[in-house]
Write a protein that binds this ligand. Structure first.
Ligand code: PKZ
Length: 212
């Protein structure tokens, strides 16, 4: 009775040539060829992406730990990951994340759709912040397990044209106890233009805290 959830990090017909070029660049490095002509794991790993962050099974815990059965069931059934909640392909956030655990880096490739407009013709600063939080948050989670954003500092250097494809690169700065510090740069797809720079702090939390 259960259909397989859609993995939004796979290409769809709205992806333009730049989005496809960067996707193929990283995706081709997820597998490497062995000397014998076989396949082995490459340095990069694509991070699958679904529109529900908590699976249905967790609703039991939500009923126990959060306010009212009716409310929690209603919220659980309707909750969707904000960046994956617009149905029209290509209209908002089209993105895919890749992680490189040896280099302690994570990249996001974003094609910014027409619904992300802020200033005329350019991407909204909040949408850029959302994507930085998404890439650095996924990176911190890969490095440190369950985390929440405690601090996000952003410098907007040059506007991102609506419809363009940009690259978000997250690097680990340091870890200190429960704290994971990362930085992130957003550049044009050819790397020639620096659009945005950010630093972020993620604090490790217990899963119980998320459900509470
Ligand atoms: C395998 C995996 C695949 C993963 C594939 C994932 C794919 C999926 C992608 C989706 C990715 C979306 C990523 C979105 C991530 C959010 O957007 S999370 C939502 C936004 N964030 C929030 O709502 C957090 C609200 N804040 C809080 O809940 C709490 O303040 C926190 C952050 C949990 C920290 O509280 P706490 O646990 O009580 O910790 P606390 O003792 O206060 O502080 C711990 C340490 O951090 C420091 N600290 C805390 N806050 C700050 C601050 N703001 N500034 C500086 N220092 C601070 C403290 O000073 C302390 O330092 P030390 O004394 O240890 O040196």
């Amino acid at each position: 009775f259960f259909s397989k959830p859609r993995d939004f990090s796979l290409p769809n017909s709205s992806w333009g040539p730049e989005m496809m070029r960067l996707y193929e660049h990283y995706n081709s490095q997820c597998e490497a060829e062995t000397e014998g002509g076989g396949k082995q794991k490459g340095p990069w790993r694509r991070i699958p992406s679904y529109n529900r962050s908590l699976k249905r099974k967790t609703s039991f815990f939500c009923v126990c730990f959060s306010g009212g059965v009716y409310l929690s069931k209603l919220i659980q059934s309707k909750a969707r990951l904000f960046t994956r909640s617009i149905k029209e392909a290509g209209a908002a956030f089209e993105y895919v994340l890749f992680d490189n655990s040896d280099a302690q880096k994570c990249v996001g490739i974003l094609q910014a759709g027409h619904l992300l407009e802020g200033p005329p013709g350019f991407v909204h600063g909040g949408a850029i912040a959302t994507m930085i939080d998404t890439v650095t948050g996924a990176h911190a989670a890969v490095l440190s397990g369950p985390v929440m954003t405690a601090n996000l500092n952003i410098n907007y250097r040059s506007p991102i044209p609506l419809g363009s494809t940009v690259l978000l690169e997250s690097s680990l700065d340091k870890t200190e106890g429960r704290k994971t510090f990362v930085s992130c740069q957003v550049t044009s797809s050819d790397g020639a233009t620096l659009h945005t720079e950010a630093t972020a702090l993620f604090v490790s939390i217990s899963v119980r805290k998320i459900l509470d």
